[in-house]
Design a protein around this ligand. Structure first.
Ligand SMILES: [Fe+2]
Length: 366
């Protein structure tokens, strides 16, 4: 049995928002734009969205209070703003944080939900239509049914997973990613890589998701060596955005796996960027998988254009530079936390807590 479902209309290319603006009119006459304080203004994406809305006489209000790793409280504030404005749809502009917050706001605008029900559903009232404009190439959130939020109740990140929050439209314009600082470009590319890799190693992988993952890995493999070698050309930026979208389509079907489960702890407790957290753990995670699934891991390194896992390690070490310090106690605590994550169950080789602790400890040379 194979299921493939991808309801997001993807428009891509330089200037695609203005070119395809008419699509927005199908969603309503009042939009809440959800974004961070600065980057959408600086990279031109907010300007393009506003120009498109103005040209269609769609009224809008900007909620620009999204920080990295958005909290439930921020999503609830945004939902209040959506309700007060009478928004008929939402537009998330930014990296994963803004798009994921937009999804939660779309749910909460007309659904009074406690924290637990927000993550589990069901939602009695309609969810506002969502438009996604990624300004980094990594999260893939523009084509997924996931919203990842910081959950202080559980001291980690928790996710909403509902077909109701698939964006209706995604606008992919790589020019918004052109001025990203090098570490952001690297961390987000590594996040996209981890989505493609983990999708390939998920118990939910299908023939179609593997085709998408393979293409994504082949593209990212070519881009990785260029990421710290000076300014990237527009063509490379477009390739990265495309590969991250493909990887998003992969995890929409396969979910993420134990690598993301462990990464969430590094982000929550050590404030390590999400993509970087996955990248720091990736080599040891793949070594762990390779003990039982050597062929699959060999296929992955081959798709990346690398001879073996050691070559991937050298590449990631060079890109991610000096690692943070983690104590033995932290490795124990983070592995216990990761064991409770839902996505752990997707991993083709099920790790015990001790396995997770070993992966974390080896990754940080504890
Ligand atoms: Fe991710």
């Amino acid at each position: 049995m194979m299921k493939f479902f991808m309801p997001t209309k993807v428009c891509s290319g330089k200037g695609c928002i203005v070119e395809h603006a008419a699509q927005l009119k199908t969603l309503g006459n009042k939009a809440l734009i959800i974004t961070g304080k600065k980057s959408a203004k600086a990279n031109g994406s907010l300007h393009d969205v506003q120009a498109a809305l103005d040209s269609l006489q769609i009224a809008y209000c900007v909620f620009d209070r999204i920080n990295s790793n958005p909290s439930l409280a921020t999503a609830r504030d945004g939902a209040r703003a959506a309700k007060e404005f009478g928004a008929e749809f939402v537009i998330g502009i930014g990296g994963g944080s803004a798009m994921d917050a937009a999804k939660a706001i779309a749910v909460l605008a007309f659904n009074e939900l406690d924290d637990k029900t927000l993550f589990s559903g069901p939602y009695a009232n309609p969810v506002l239509p969502i438009v996604a404009v990624p300004t980094t190439a990594g999260t893939g959130s523009e084509v997924t049914q996931y919203s990842i939020l910081t959950d202080d109740r559980l001291e980690t990140k928790s996710s909403i997973a509902s077909e109701a929050i698939f964006p209706r439209i995604a606008f992919l314009d790589a020019s918004y990613t052109e001025k990203l600082p090098v570490p952001v470009t690297i961390n987000t590319a590594v996040d996209a890589l981890s989505h493609a890799v983990e999708g390939y190693l998920s118990v939910k992988a299908t023939e179609v998701s593997n085709i998408l993952a393979a293409e994504s890995m082949a593209i990212i493999g070519k881009c990785l060596p260029l990421l710290d070698k000076g300014p990237l050309g527009f063509a490379v930026r477009e390739q990265l955005l495309y590969a991250s979208m493909l990887a998003g389509m992969v995890i929409a079907h396969t979910g993420t796996t134990a690598l993301h489960s462990m990464g969430y702890s590094l982000t929550y407790f050590k404030d390590i960027d999400h993509g970087r957290a996955n990248g720091l753990l990736m080599h040891e995670y793949l070594e762990f998988i390779a003990c039982h699934h050597a062929d699959a891991v060999e296929k992955i390194t081959g798709l990346l254009g690398m001879k073996n896992l050691s070559e991937l390690k050298v590449c990631l070490d060079r890109l991610l530079k000096e690692k943070e310090t983690i104590s033995k106690q932290e490795a124990q605590r983070f592995s216990a936390k990761a064991l409770q994550a839902k996505n752990l169950l997707n991993t083709i080789r099920k790790p015990a807590r001790e396995d997770l602790e070993k992966i974390i400890a080896k990754s940080f040379a504890v």
